[in-house]
Design a protein around this ligand. Structure first.
Ligand code: ZN
Ligand code: ZN
Length: 347
């Protein structure tokens, strides 16, 4: 690798594309595994027979099952900050700052969002079936899936004066405003849950995160839509991982090609150097002949005889030492690119 350097931009592209393809492949596998698990998991109605099914199961535990029921709080529900009549069991309040930031790379203003505050609250709740059989939902904040709906969204716009606008252009940051949102899992919502189903010794049914590391889902959408979301995510992750890996391979091929060209040029220079070295060791009779002819003196140093044929233009104008000292590989006479040099022999 002597004299050859991988450029910073090439290393960055290669690193980013390989990291992105690795991450996307991991997400694809995660979604695909979750999808396969959901496909084979038993879909059980919440009713009085559920306890009998679990009693007949070893360890009174189903490692992965899907249940569907209506959300009911165990004690007092949570009340919305913004819609006073709305009660729920999970609540997420977010305050985020929206601004435009000047990008020197793209020469445009880019949207930037910064979360200033996020708070999640939960109270114990159950899923109840048509005959009021309850299934306690444990650790709901660990679950994936869309299980909260947006019940409040308000954007507080920033008003800027002339002085502020000038300051924003100088600093490269334009505040747009703050967005406050409140999401809730409402009491009475129909919820689908996929996880480990357990019957405790006291007869309580519970849904909890699977102990084998499978994905725990709580979702407001129906089962088919949940599968559709996972399929779509897996599909995009798969193709983006392939595209990212192809980009990484293309960068790698480009770097290898550059290295090959660099090595080829170095070998050629080495070959030329050896030829001229051999020539300098030959008897000087022919050189003496050249020295007698002033017009055959190197046009650069005016000392040594001309002994190089510059290819492809064919000019014979300098000695090998001066050729080696050229800053650019261009003919000193016609400025054409030099592909190689040949030794000039007088006989
Ligand atoms: Zn010279
Ligand atoms: Zn030339």
């Amino acid at each position: 690798m002597e004299g050859f350097h991988v450029k910073g931009s090439e290393a960055l592209c290669l690193g980013l594309s390989l990291a992105a393809s690795g991450l996307l492949y991991y997400l694809y596998k995660k979604n695909k595994t979750a999808l396969d698990k959901l496909d084979i998991a038993p879909h059980l109605p919440i009713d009085s027979q559920l306890k009998d099914i679990l009693k007949a199961t070893p360890g009174a535990c189903l490692k992965y099952a899907i249940v569907e029921g209506t959300v009911q709080p165990v004690g007092e529900p949570l009340m919305s900050h913004f819609q006073k009549e709305t009660a729920g069991v999970l609540q997420k309040f977010t305050l985020s700052e929206h601004r435009l930031v000047w990008s020197n790379l793209t020469r445009t203003w880019i949207d930037n969002i910064r979360v200033l505050l996020q708070r999640e609250n939960a109270v114990p709740f159950v899923l109840v079936g048509p005959d009021e059989t309850p299934v306690r939902v444990l650790s709901p904040l660990q679950a994936s899936g869309t299980h909260m709906e947006m019940i409040h969204e308000k954007f507080h716009q920033v008003s800027s004066g002339l002085v502020d606008i000038v300051g924003q252009y100088l600093s490269g940051e334009k505040p747009k405003g703050q967005l406050e949102t409140e999401e809730m899992l409402k009491v009475g919502a129909a919820l689908i849950g996929a996880g480990e189903l357990v019957l405790a010794a006291d007869g309580t049914l519970s849904l909890q995160p699977p102990s084998d590391g499978s994905e725990y889902f709580l979702s407001l959408v129906d089962f088919d839509s949940l599968q559709g979301e996972l399929k779509s995510a897996a599909y995009w992750c798969q193709w983006l991982a392939v595209a990212s890996a192809l980009l990484g391979t293309a960068v790698l091929v480009w770097v290898c090609r550059r290295y090959y060209c660099h090595r080829k040029a170095q070998r050629q220079l080495e070959e030329e150097r050896r030829i001229f070295e051999r020539m300098s060791e030959e008897p000087r009779a022919s050189v003496n002949l050249v020295e007698e002819q002033v017009e055959n003196i190197c046009v650069i140093c005016y000392t040594e005889p001309r002994n190089c044929i510059i290819m492809d233009c064919g000019h014979v104008c300098c000695c090998y030492s001066c050729y080696q000292a050229l800053v650019q590989r261009k003919c000193p006479i016609c400025r054409q690119d030099i592909s190689r040099v040949l030794p000039l022999h007088f006989v």
